[in-house]
Design a binder for this molecule. Structure first.
Ligand code: PAF
Length: 283
C-alpha cells in the first residue's frame, strides 16, 4: 500500500492511472477502522482495479467539539488493517491539504429539506461539513466509484445530492451495514462504550426489529411511543426514533401500507451518540 500525505501527489498518481484506463474506487473514512470499513474496501476491490482509502477526521462535520476531541484514533492499527485488506493507496492528509484556504470561507451547500430533519436537525452544520470534505476529497481523488455505508442513511442521501448538484463524475455505491454478532451496528464510536453500555446498546437493533415486526398501516404514534419507551428504559437519551419515507426521508406518522419506509434512531448512551436504521418493508 502506498501512503500519500499531499493532495497534489495522490492526484497526480491517480490521474496517471486513470489515463491508463484503471478504474478507481474510493472509501473515505475518519479512521478508527473496523470490519464495517473493511467490508467497504472489499466491495471496492471487487469492482475496481485500484482501491483508495482516506483517513481524515474532519473537524467541520462535528457540531460538538467534545465529540471531535473524543473521536477515537487508532492510526497504526488502521494502517495494518488496510495493508492486510489489499487496499492500494492510503491518503492521510492534514488540515492544510483539505482546507488550504482555512475552514471559514468555504462555500455553503443547498441541501434543502434533508438538512432540516433527523441528523440535519439534531446536528446543525454537520452535513455542510460532510459536503465540504467529501467535495474536496472527490476533487483530489478522481474516482469512478465512491463507497459509503448504509449505516449513515441520511449521509448517503446528502452525498448523492452533492454528487448530482456539483456534477461530479463518481458513482455512489451504498453498502449494507455490518453488525456485531448480537446485532449492534459496527461503528467507530462503539469503542467508547463502557461494558454496561455496550450491552445496553443492543437495544437500538432490538427496537428497529420491533418496529419492523410491528409496522402496520395507519397511525404510527403508538408504535413509535412503545419504541421510545423501550430505548428510554434501557438508559438511552433519545434524539429521535422515527419512521420515514425511505426515498426522501419525509417523516411518516400515518402509513398508507405501501410507501417504502425506513426506521431511523439516534440516541445517547452516556456521552456516546449512536445511530442506526433499518428498511422496514423492503428487503
Ligand atoms: O462517514 C464518515 O466516516 C464521514 O462522514 C466521511 C464520509 C468519511 C466524511 O468525513
Amino acid at each position: 500500500m502506498i501512503l500519500f500525505k499531499k493532495a497534489s501527489d495522490i492526484n497526480a498518481h491517480l490521474s496517471e492511472l486513470k489515463r491508463n484506463d484503471s478504474s478507481i474506487g474510493f472509501v473515505p473514512t475518519m479512521g478508527a477502522l473496523h470490519a464495517g470499513h473493511i467490508s467497504l474496501i472489499n466491495s471496492c476491490r471487487e469492482k475496481n482495479n485500484i482501491t483508495v482509502c482516506s483517513i481524515f477526521v474532519n473537524p467541520t462535520q462535528f457540531n460538538d467539539t467534545k465529540d471531535f476531541e473524543n473521536y477515537p484514533s487508532t492510526l497504526e492499527e488502521d494502517i495494518n488493517m488496510l495493508e492486510k485488506s489489499g487496499c492500494d493507496l492510503l491518503f492521510l492528509p492534514d488540515m492544510s491539504e483539505i482546507y488550504p484556504d482555512g475552514i471559514k470561507n468555504t462555500p455553503a451547500y443547498d441541501l434543502g429539506y434533508l438538512e432540516t430533519v433527523l441528523e440535519g436537525k439534531f446536528r446543525p452544520g454537520h452535513f455542510q461539513g460532510v459536503c465540504k470534505v467529501v467535495h474536496q476529497l472527490l476533487q483530489i481523488i478522481p474516482c469512478n466509484e465512491l463507497f459509503i455505508g448504509q449505516k449513515d442513511y441520511q449521509q448517503c442521501m446528502v452525498i448523492k445530492r452533492l454528487i448530482e448538484s456539483a456534477n461530479i463524475h463518481s458513482k455512489i455505491i451504498i453498502c449494507p451495514t455490518l453488525r456485531e454478532a448480537d446485532g449492534l451496528a459496527m461503528s467507530s464510536r462503539n469503542m467508547r462504550l463502557t461494558e454496561a453500555n455496550r450491552k445496553a446498546a443492543l437495544q437500538i437493533f432490538e427496537t428497529l426489529l420491533y418496529l419492523k415486526d410491528n409496522l402496520s398501516a395507519g397511525d404510527l404514534s403508538s408504535l413509535l411511543a412503545k419504541a421510545n419507551a423501550k430505548l428510554s428504559s434501557a438508559g438511552f437519551k433519545i434524539d429521535y426514533v422515527s419512521i420515514a419515507n425511505a426515498d426522501n426521508l419525509q417523516l411518516i406518522t400515518e402509513w398508507d401500507g405501501q410507501t417504502k419506509t425506513v426506521a431511523v434512531i439516534a440516541a445517547f448512551l452516556g456521552d456516546v451518540r449512536l445511530i442506526d436504521n433499518m428498511l422496514l418493508n423492503s428487503n
